[in-house]
Design a protein around this ligand. Structure first.
Ligand SMILES: Cc1cc2nc3c(=O)[nH]c(=O)nc-3n(C[C@H](O)[C@H](O)[C@H](O)COP(=O)(O)O)c2cc1C
Length: 197
């Protein structure tokens, strides 16, 4: 049996009750159903300290447990999902802080799926595309951008809003399949690119 793909999802809302986190969880559920292993880092539950580049260390040595977990998961990632609310026509600062702990080493030859929440604006994901290019990741073409009416009116018992809009649900299906297709091919490409010549 093929080795499952490892996907790391960063949910970039600092709010406790968050549409972005609900979207990230839904995407994670679909990726799992499609055969991937998924780890979700919720930047509300696991707030990371502001980056001090002098403390940038390895997963084993970093003094903050959340940062150490991020570095450990990134080291094994075949692909990422970055999900953010729209903040001031862009993506959230807590997500930028998390990404600044990572590097080209974590993203090269790895696909990245982008998701945003806020009036179906693409501003957050548009800006994330630039950041992903900067660390040599490959953003997949399909992205998911939602608005409040794409969700059930009230959160469920677990504190998540269910995605109910059928177009968005279809798009999440396409997003998942595309991310896994890219991840599978790029894992092979990585093995060739990183093998000694
Ligand atoms: C600092 C800040 C800036 C925001 N800027 C925008 C914006 O530029 N455009 C927009 O549509 N919504 C903006 N919003 C609204 C958020 O996108 C909205 O509250 C969204 O639900 C937050 O996502 P969450 O539910 O995942 O926390 C802003 C909210 C905050 C707190």
């Amino acid at each position: 049996m093929a080795v499952p793909l490892e996907i790391v999802i960063l949910a970039g809302s600092p709010r406790s009750l968050s549409y972005t986190r609900s979207l990230a969880r839904r995407i994670g559920d679909v990726l799992r159903r499609d055969g991937a292993r998924v780890a979700l880092i919720d930047l509300h539950e696991t707030p990371l300290p502001p980056l001090n580049p002098e403390l940038r260390g390895s997963a084993r040595t970093h003094p903050d447990a959340g940062v150490a977990t991020l570095l450990r998961l990134a080291a094994a990632a075949d692909a990422y999902v970055l999900a953010s609310p729209t903040y001031h026509n862009s993506y959230a600062g807590v997500l930028k802080n998390a990404l600044d702990y990572l590097s080209i080493h974590d993203f090269r030859y790895r696909p990245v799926g982008l998701a945003g929440h806020g009036g179906r604006s693409t501003q957050a994901v548009d800006h994330l595309r630039q950041v992903v290019r900067g660390v040599l990741g490959v953003s997949i073409p399909t992205q998911v951008c939602t608005q409040v009416s794409d969700y059930a009116g009230a959160p469920g018992d677990a504190g998540f809003y269910d995605v109910v809009d059928t177009d968005i649900l279809d798009r999440i299906e396409r997003f998942s399949k595309e991310l896994l297709l890219f991840a599978e091919h790029m894992r092979d490409l990585r093995a060739v690119a990183e093998s000694p010549r």
